[in-house]
Write a protein that binds this ligand. Structure first.
Ligand SMILES: *Cc1c(COP(=O)(O)O)cnc(C)c1O
Length: 370
């Protein structure tokens, strides 16, 4: 038998979500497919986006773009974190450039190859991660103006990233947007008018004015609500945002055991049966991306019913308490994510976010595209 989990990827839902995201902004979407499309499978997901039409795809590293180009993806690809020049020319990629030093390297490489390269400039408006720091002085402005004059380089985009965008807590995002718009205006005053994009998933709903020339979005495309309920609506969950979950992760029960009362289950005996119990073993553990933090916390679905994880999640297997669920046999399905078990709910059980749930559970799964 095969270990681990299967992820069913609903490409129709993915296309629906892209439409929703397009309707949030002016229609221009940079679809983020880093980390194997958040565990959904970058090649198939990117092909679907390419057919539907996106302004560009975005990945973290050039190696991810290499896989996409190798699979025939023709769309522009923005690379968010990787600035080793060679692959950008070989694979026709667009770098997010984070410093003047890096800009000069791209320029030198372009001149050496007799080529030109389109780049996006990343400014750090408060994320504290990468990009030209934008603060009180005009250092960033000077650097970007100088960058725009480098031979072989075309500044086609200006981008930044929000550190925090939550309902009821938008002050810092507004400050970041103000800084971004300020540098944008100053560049425009010098005749530099690149495509401006700063908004990702949460801010697409919370700060529509940050939409600018494009939305650079991942999470929403995969059908996950960025926070519990949309502004102005009483309902919650993905449907309230007009999003459809894309990933369903399941496995098969490999063993069913019946225990009397008082039987400890799994390492450290953190779970002890409180009654006559039926325990199912599934071939998924933390080595498959099913977090150990789910121990005694998470639920799965068996025959449509919620069943709790019993005891510690092990490296290769996990036990579920299926006591009272009728007609379960070995070989039956256990759903770990989807069908009403949302990414944010699983994330809550493990003290993490839906991004980590999807990249871990989806990343470790065999995939089926529908
Ligand atoms: C991951 C990422 C995004 C997408 O964020 P979502 O919250 O998934 O929409 C956008 N921009 C940058 C720079 C990122 O790293």
């Amino acid at each position: 038998m095969e270990r681990g989990q299967e992820a069913k990827i609903d490409l129709k839902a993915l296309r629906h979500n892209l439409k929703t995201v397009k309707s949030l902004g002016g229609g221009a979407v940079i679809a983020v497919v880093k980390a194997d499309a958040y565990g959904h499978g970058a090649v198939e997901v990117s092909s679907a986006f390419e057919r539907e039409g996106v302004l560009a795809l975005a990945v973290a590293y050039a190696s991810e773009a290499r896989q996409l180009r190798g699979s025939g993806i023709k769309s522009p690809i923005l690379v968010l974190f990787d600035e080793e020049p060679g692959p950008f020319f070989d694979l026709d990629l667009v770098p997010a450039v984070h410093s003047l030093k890096s800009a000069r390297r791209f320029s030198r490489e372009a001149v050496r190859r007799g080529r030109r390269i389109d780049v996006h400039v990343k400014v750090d408006t408060g994320m504290g991660r990468m990009g030209f720091p934008v603060s009180g002085d005009d250092r960033a402005l000077k650097d970007i103006v100088e960058m725009a004059s480098l031979p072989g380089l075309r500044v086609r985009g200006l981008m930044s990233h929000f550190a925090e965008a939550r309902p009821g807590n938008l002050d810092f995002a507004r400050l970041q947007l103000e800084r971004f718009n300020s540098i944008r205006r100053q560049l425009a005053g010098r005749g530099i008018t690149p495509l401006a994009h700063i908004s990702s998933s949460a801010s697409s709903f919370l700060l529509p004015e940050a939409g600018l020339d494009a939305l650079r979005v991942g999470l929403l495309l995969y059908g996950v609500a960025p926070f519990s309920a949309p502004p102005g609506g009483p309902a919650s969950g993905p449907a309230a945002f007009d999003l459809k979950p894309v990933m369903e992760v399941s496995t098969r029960i490999i063993l069913i055991k019946r225990f009397g009362k008082g039987q400890p289950v799994s390492y450290d005996r953190t779970f002890v049966t409180a009654r006559r119990s039926t325990i199912a073993v599934i071939p998924v553990g933390y080595a498959d991306g099913y977090f150990r933090a789910f121990s005694n916390k998470a639920c799965a679905l068996v025959k449509g019913e919620r069943v709790p994880v019993a005891g510690r999640v092990c490296m290769d297997v996990t036990m579920l308490d299926i006591t009272g669920i009728k007609g379960v046999s070995e070989g039956d399905e256990a759903i770990l994510l989807g069908a009403g078990l949302s990414g944010p709910e699983l994330a809550g059980w493990a003290g993490t976010n839906a991004y980590e749930v999807m990249t871990s559970l989806g990343g470790g799964a065999r995939r089926r595209f529908e």
